[in-house]
Write a protein that binds this ligand. Sequence first.
Ligand code: ADP
Ligand code: ADP
Ligand code: MG
Length: 481
Amino acid sequence: MQTQKIKKVLIANRGEIALRIIRACQELEIKSVCIFSTIDARGVWVRKADECYLIDGDPIQAYLDYERIVALAKEVGADAIHPGYGFLSENPDFAQHCIDNGITFIGPKPEHIALFGDKMASKVAMKAVGVPVVEGTDTPITDIAEATKIAKEIGFPVIIKAAFGGGGRGMRIVKKEEEFASMFEAATQEAKRFFGRGDAFIEKYLSNPRHIEVQIVADKYGNVIHLGERDCSIQRKHQKVVEIAPSPRLNEEIRKELLRTSKKAMIKLGYESVGTIEYLVDEDDNFYFIEMNTRVQVEHTITEQISGVDIIYRMIRIAEGQRLPFMQEDIKFRGYAIEFRINAEDPKVGFIPSSGRITRHLSPGGPGVRMDSIGYKDYIVPSNYDSMIGKLIVTGLDWEGTVRRAKRALNEFIIWGIPTNVPLHRQIVRDEDFKAGIFNTTYLDHKLPTFTLDALHDIEEDESKEEYIAAIVAALKQRGQ
Ligand code: ADP
Ligand code: ADP
Ligand code: MG
């Protein structure tokens, strides 16, 4: 195979991941091209790219119309496309369309994207290569009577999942047989609405599991390595909120087994590029595969921090046909990293997405602090897209020190004008269980009712008023507790 140097990358995405890809391109001295919707014209990433092109019309469709995107890539002389996460990143037809048009798709092979896009099919495939999977059905079920019978065999509680689902959507937990039929109906309907396909399957619902995932990096020559695991158990509505690498309380034997099994499976499947294998670990330390994400993940940053590997940079090099310049033994992990997803949402009003102008903005800094964010003063957060506007990543040598550093960084962070989930993060890092590394996927369900989620920006801003200054000082003092 020949190495084909990439000269110009078109980024088929927006927001913080577009910015992240631009940064990798700059370090590789590759030109970057952004596409942007009318609404995203003020996005900071658009300005940082070497070239940018407006895709008019519907602001979401702008990032999904792949024929238009590939045609544009050809027109502007981009020889590769990076899909980021979300949008087209897990669309095998898009990957194939790039290849058919002589554009390098920076990601896995279309066949693997297709396989892992179907959760049910991927469980069958992973089982066949020696990976334990959560007990459940492996063919689509449409008949309610048949489905109920299977659910009873598995034993309640069960979870109904959309085979083509993602982003925490299309899942229903069923505790009792009586609820099953209506929940199954609802899950199928939601799946059809969100993912275009109503295929659903049933799985045993594990109680109090931890979500542990393994980062894989593989070149085109069969060299596969892992970059350790991430603990993504801190979730709300099955969506990750805080991620940690490595998992602070994972049995060393289990960790080794998990990493070894993951790597072996990917070698057997001939996987290439980067990907993440997601598992649930039960209370007895058994691990079970749930799904694989065939793309860069939001939380790839914490793995970069502890392994020293730039995952996006490496993804591009792999797409060029370069061999991995390191082997498993060369990867040395150091310390801990925690990622806090910064979402424009109101923790006081059921976390509904917020939008509007950021009136004050100061990023935290200092040792071990990394901000991957598109936020700045006067940026208007649009309501059209995912509410995540950035990530705060904190790195330290030991777990306790990293949590203290996180607390410090979150205290420094000023983002006013719109509600964000920063007050939630400030509560998490003060929580004794979190500090002790004791948490599973039910953590936030239990903790949320006990958290105080007041935000500094609740104070009416009128700088001429003495009350305003007094309130600010009081709030700042309270924040440091
Ligand atoms: P990660 O494991 O990277 O955190 P997420 O499941 O949170 O993955 O997805 C990352 C992004 O992609 C989020 O913005 C999410 O809303 C979006 N996303 C993931 N899967 C889908 C899907 N099937 N349909 C629509 N959006 C998706
Ligand atoms: P998505 O594609 O939306 O990311 P996943 O299958 O990765 O969906 O599951 C997301 C989260 O839902 C998991 O991290 C876990 O918290 C919960 N979950 C999924 N399957 C199960 C299960 N069988 N038992 C318990 N919790 C589950
Ligand atoms: Mg998942």
